[in-house]
Design a protein around this ligand. Structure first.
Ligand code: NAD
Ligand code: UDP
Length: 312
């Protein structure tokens, strides 16, 4: 593969740091741009000495002045706890961040990939979710800042392509987990693992019958890089996720088993608009990218538990 100069916004976050690492391994120059809202320097500390790696502490709401061949746009808090902390900023990050990175792609003639999300399907009435499903999203609820921000970012990506010929790629990421999630991230896998390792109560929101399908971060990163380097007329959107679906209750029981924990289950109210079921259809990714996940949930969880053991 040719050596590229690659910008990763949100590069000090959970997924972004794994992506930076992999892109460097493949011999590229990587510029990691992050405002460190949910990201941490510790996630990329091991890359700091690499002469092909550059860290820029900056917000995507400011103009970005770098030269690059490819852009991965990941800047945006992904955990409901963090994206609901300052919802107006979350909308700005998705929308203005997309305008700034797309403008940069236009000026540099760079190819740009947007980290969109399964949240564009909202609380889905179609199950499992193919890319053709247009979603069931509440426009004014507590999750809307994230869901609608990401939907608008997709709109901007396709409009920059139609209007300015920008080479775009759009992926819809389904729940992804792995090492370097924050202990206080607030998402279900990190919460359950931390609670289990401390033998504290595990808090299930609602009755625990809602489902999710979890993808290990290494699988996702491989899919992202394949999508970025796919043929130029394949724009997406393409689902990237692991179709292995389970209920949140089953997840809690599995994590208790894997950590040999004494934690008890407790039930808390389900937050509003929390999707009841989610599972990706990944036929398009299989066909166009020759991609599918290879790491089973138990295996990925064990790697993640080992990471959290070093912190808890
Ligand atoms: P994360 O919160 O760890 O990473 C987001 C990164 O963006 C952080 O480093 C944060 O500091 C940075 N950031 C936030 N706002 C910024 C701003 N205004 N300017 C510059 N940097 C900013 O979350 P993640 O799980 O690594 O998610 C990465 C991307 O993938 C996000 O865009 C998210 O929406 C998308 N995604 C993730 C999942 C998942 O399950 N992890 C699912 C769907 C989509
Ligand atoms: N959840 C839970 N306990 C927690 C955190 C989350 O029961 O401590 C539930 C949450 O209500 C949702 C599912 O787990 O139904 C996944 O939540 P997460 O915040 O990880 O991601 P998202 O809802 O965005 O898929």
């Amino acid at each position: 593969m040719k050596q590229e100069r690659i910008l990763v916004t949100g590069g000090a976050g959970f997924i972004g740091s794994h992506l930076c690492e992999k892109l460097l391994e493949q011999g590229n120059n990587v510029i990691c741009l992050d405002n460190l809202f949910t990201g941490q320097k510790d996630n990329v500390r091991h890359l700091m000495g690499n002469p092909y790696f550059e860290f820029v502490q900056q917000d995507v709401l400011e103009n970005i002045y770098v030269e690059c061949d490819q852009i991965y746009n990941l800047a945006c808090p992904a955990s409901p706890v963090y994206y609901q902390y300052d919802p107006i900023k979350t909308v700005k990050t998705s929308v203005i961040g997309a305008i700034h990175t797309l403008g940069l792609a236009k000026r540099c003639h760079a190819r740009i990939l947007q980290a969109s999300t399964s949240e564009v399907y909202g609380d889905p009435e179609v199950h499992p979710q193919p890319e053709s499903y247009r979603g069931c999203v509440n426009p004014n609820g507590i999750r809307s800042c994230y869901d609608e921000g990401k939907r608008m970012a997709e709109t901007l990506f396709f409009d920059y392509h139609r209007q300015h010929n920008v080479e775009i790629k759009v992926i819809r990421i389904f729940n992804t987990y792995g090492p370097r999630m924050r202990t206080d991230d607030g998402r279900v896998i990190s919460n359950f693992i931390v609670q289990s390792l401390k033998n504290e109560d595990i808090a299930i929101y609602g009755n625990g019958k809602q489902t999710r399908s979890f993808c290990y971060v290494d699988d996702l990163v491989n899919g992202m890089i394949k999508m970025m380097n796919s043929r130029s007329d394949f724009l997406g959107p393409v689902n990237l996720g692991n179709p292995e679906e389970l209920t949140i209750l089953e997840l809690a029981q599995l994590i208790i088993k894997l950590t040999d924990s004494k934690s008890n289950l407790v039930y808390k109210p389900l937050p509003s608009d929390d999707p009841l079921q989610r599972k990706p259809v990944i036929e398009l990714a299989k066909k166009e990218l020759d991609w599918e996940p290879t790491i089973a949930l138990e295996k990925g969880l064990l790697k993640t538990v080992n990471y959290f053991r070093t912190l808890v």
